[in-house]
Write a protein that binds this ligand. Structure first.
Ligand code: GCB
Length: 600
């Protein structure tokens, strides 16, 4: 599925704006062919939650109606018309002019519907029924329950099995685009560099909906718009002395694909791509043959008012701030980020570990690893949860969507699953196989380990290319005691290194909740001084390990979560506040990262 853009043969119409919105009372008195009355005005794309001032709506669990009207000119009557959602969280039923045209489950990936036969010239009414419910079959995983209130009414509840607020809504743009009836469906680009990088063969697979006599022409352009290679699908496209896509120094070529009937161009599409190699070898993570060091963040798509909705300005600022403090990478914790962000990371040279929605796959939760050590631990995660189908779907949709991005150097199949539990290896093996098979570029694969999964307890690390650890020594474990935490950090890293000497190791989370403006002479937890000391301790240990290939701290910025006794108006582990003001530790992290080169 291609990102919707204008080309000489395609037009797009962005349906962003103010839509009508209403909680579905489930009485069945609204049908999608009707005008949604008594509704609120709500911005799309954005989460609905923080746009409303009524708690009962903000926190409602169940179904919601969205509706808008749009006009189509007669001019495009003969064109094929497609309606595409960047994402709708978490499940959507879509109706056009009263007729159901599609359904999609999974809140962080795009889906589209051919509406050629249903859209009309003039006014069209688009209605969406949305659900924000999560359960033991969905990703992310939610604990779903039902009760009745004092009036006997059904009350649904979702207790998130993860640590971010369950924002919902139409989070990404809704675009109507047109194509010719014979069209380009998908493009997969797989650049292969030769040994000394003096040549790149650009392997391109194109999926079309076409007649036999039609031809596909491919033209490759450099950043100055100069044609550097061209040919049809059977010809080898080679770029001599290619400019490489490099971390923080991006270079993007464009593949212009045309579907032709004789000299007529029926469809054309331009896809940016970068040329770079990625490889894991002898304990190193190589980009373009050189050992790369990840410096950066686990993030969230989370901003004031927009919630988890697309916020291009925030994305731009975040990358600017990252550059200023010497960061070079992010992980899309804990779900696929917007296509707009992925394109921006390509353009800006930000290295991305691209994560699925595989979060919350854990029945029991405890940071006390000792409960695993007597050998009798039995957690029912892989018998009681039923997430395999959702997991396969999100892997498929993520890799299909992001396969051409130069910025993506590794896929993360899950965050903090119960990888110490019986059944973990059996659950993950086919998912890793699926990801390896789907990715034309065969990027490295990982999953992200929770603290309970250590070299003694972990059952799945034989599958991963890089050992990625979320570690909170000094915070959730040995809270406030950084001397003990330092010894524990060192001890565990040594044990991983001994067990998997060939696998690179990196931290994908480490952090301490810090309330901006809170200070103390004795560097007590929650103060800005403690956060700084905590990072200094970790960094001392990291620097002792040769096969330690990166530090992505938790989190770039403070973010919204459900309420809980560990959360002071959200998670405060950001090194920036939620409105992107620096905490004290930003200075020392910036000092460190600006002195660590991107490559060893
Ligand atoms: C984790 C999770 C992340 C949480 C973080 C925390 O291990 O991966 O989603 O927000 O810990 O702050 O507790």
């Amino acid at each position: 599925m291609l990102y919707p853009i204008d080309t000489p043969t395609r037009t797009t119409k962005d349906l962003s704006g103010i839509w009508r919105f209403k909680v579905d009372d489930e009485k069945g008195d609204f049908t999608p062919d009707q005008v949604l009355t008594d509704s609120l005005s709500l911005a799309v794309p954005a989460s609905f939650n923080d746009q409303v001032s009524i708690d009962a709506i903000r926190n409602h669990v169940g179904y919601f109606w969205y509706q808008t009207d749009f006009q189509l000119p007669h001019l495009i009557a003969a064109e094929r018309k497609v309606l595409r959602f960047g994402s709708a969280t978490h499940e959507a039923w879509v109706y056009l002019n009263g007729q159901e045209i599609g359904h999609h489950k999974g809140g962080f990936t795009p889906f589209e519907m051919d509406i050629t036969d249903i859209a009309v010239a003039g006014n069209n009414r688009l209605t969406v029924r949305l659900s924000n419910m999560l359960d033991h079959t969905t990703l992310p995983v939610g604990n779903y329950s039902e009760t009745t209130d004092a009036h006997g009414r059904l009350v649904r509840q979702v207790d998130e099995n993860f640590d971010f607020y369950n924002y919902a809504g139409i989070h990404r743009p809704v675009i109507l685009y047109t194509t010719h009836k014979h069209y380009i469906d998908d493009i997969a680009i797989n650049p292969q560099l030769n040994e000394d990088f003096s040549k790149a063969q650009i392997n391109i697979a194109v999926k079309t909906h076409q007649l036999d006599q039609h031809q596909v022409l491919i033209e490759l352009f450099d950043e100055e718009d100069q044609l550097v290679a061209s040919g049809d699908l059977n010809e080898a496209l080679v770029i001599e002395n290619p400019q490489l896509w490099q971390p923080m120094k991006a270079y993007l070529y464009t593949a212009k694909v045309s579907l032709k009937d004789g000299s007529d161009i029926l469809d054309s599409y331009s896809e940016p791509f970068g040329i770079r190699s990625v490889e894991v070898k002898e304990g190193k993570f190589l980009i373009n043959g050189k050992p790369f060091y990840f410096k950066g963040f686990g993030k969230h798509e989370d901003t004031h008012i927009h919630g988890r909705g697309l916020d291009n300005a925030a994305n731009v600022l975040d990358i600017q701030l990252m550059k200023r403090i010497g960061a070079n990478s992010i992980r899309t914790s804990h779900y696929p980020y917007s296509e707009e962000m992925m394109r921006l990371c390509d353009r800006e040279g930000i290295v991305v570990i691209d994560e699925t929605t595989g979060v919350g796959i854990m029945e029991s939760f405890n940071f006390d690893v000792s409960i695993l050590e007597d050998g009798n631990f039995n957690d029912a995660t892989f018998t009681s949860l039923d997430t395999t189908a959702a997991h396969e779907q999100v892997i498929r949709e993520l890799i299909t969507r992001d396969k051409n991005h130069a910025c993506v150097v590794m896929w993360s199949i899950a965050n903090e699953a119960a990888t110490y539990s019986p059944g973990a290896l059996e659950y993950f093996t086919p998912l890793f196989e699926l990801a390896r098979e789907l990715d034309p570029q065969k990027r490295p694969l990982t999953l992200i380990h929770i603290m309970m999964s250590n070299p003694q307890t972990d059952l799945v690390s034989s599958l991963v290319d890089v050992i990625c650890l979320n570690r909170y020594y000094g915070w959730y474990v040995s809270h406030g005691d950084l001397d003990t935490a330092e010894a524990q950090t060192r001890g565990e890293l040594l044990a991983w290194q001994e067990k998997y000497p060939e696998k690179p190791i990196m931290y994908t989370e480490y952090g301490a909740d810090t309330v901006a403006g809170l200070h103390s002479m004795e560097a007590a937890p929650f103060t800005e001084e403690f956060q700084e000391d905590y990072y200094a301790m970790n960094h001392r240990v990291f620097d002792e390990f040769d096969n330690f290939v990166g530090e992505q701290l938790w989190n770039f910025a403070d973010f919204a979560t459900k309420i809980g006794i560990n959360r002071v108006q959200g998670n405060k582990k950001g090194i920036f506040t939620r409105d992107r003001q620096p905490k004290m530790t930003v200075r020392s992290i910036s000092e460190r990262w600006n002195h660590i080169p991107n490559f060893d």
